[in-house]
Design a protein around this ligand. Sequence first.
Ligand code: ATP
Ligand code: MG
Length: 283
Amino acid sequence: MSATKDVLLAGRFRVKAVSQPRAGRAKTPSRLVQKGFDLVTDRPVIIKWVPKVGQNVSDDSFRMWQESLRHEGEVTALISQKDHPGIVHLVANDEREPLVVLELIEGKTLRQCLDEVGPLSPRIAIELVDQACSGLEVVHEADFVHRDLKPTNLMVDLVAIQLTIIDFSISQPAPQRQSADDLCATQGSEQPGDTTYWSPEQLALKKPVTTASDIYQLGLVFTEMLAGHPLERRQLAKELPQEAKHLELLLNLMLHDLPGGRLTATEVRQHLALAQRRLPVAA
Ligand SMILES: Nc1ncnc2c1ncn2[C@@H]1O[C@H](COP(=O)(O)OP(=O)(O)OP(=O)(O)O)[C@@H](O)[C@H]1O
Ligand SMILES: [Mg+2]
């Protein structure tokens, strides 16, 4: 796609128009995630939207994406109200012409960081996972499950050692707040994509996905920070680096096969505080 001219969204957000795939080629519309500019606050922002112009897609397909953006806007607005520094803040969500506008977070995704620098020291990994859990406490207290914690959905600043959770596009209310119908709809609408970070219950599709699922996903991300690639529970004893061995029990409890066997975000933080104190000064 090549940049052409600017468009103004919701009378306030400037974004580069991008050329769409040629007629006849696109089966589904592209959902764009672009840097833009907020003319009201004079700040750069991230804009998620689905341009209709030039897209050769069915109305149903376009409506599905609009619905998905509307959903993401609603959930992000709700969680954003908690004003947690480790969770992306919503700038605006327009319901008529769905778009989600977010604060632009400086830094890189955890994926980019790991690709560039390789595994992190236990001290830095523990600090980042603690921040992720602090954000998850807020999400879970609001009775939501993020459901998509993975290195591309975590923004990280490795100089300031700061982590921010982004992308609430497939978040859902935690099961106790859902009716049985909602639950079925949730499981049925799971987007098959990268399942690397899915919990066993997400892979099983029919089972309820609770807040414990986020702990499993974060556990996998934690192992990747330490070892350079995600480790399953049975690999921990062999593949955790020597300097991270004291985290094995905690990781076992985050990666328990059964959701009920996993720690809560608050309990993980308690374990992390102890683990951080046990690190040698140079680690
Ligand atoms: N608030 C933000 N600040 C900075 N960069 C962001 C922000 N939100 C998203 N990004 C960047 O855009 C990418 C895609 O955004 P996001 O994950 O929200 O969209 P997505 O279409 O749901 O992606 P995916 O399906 O791959 O998870 C992120 O991986 C990140 O690189
Ligand atoms: Mg994402």
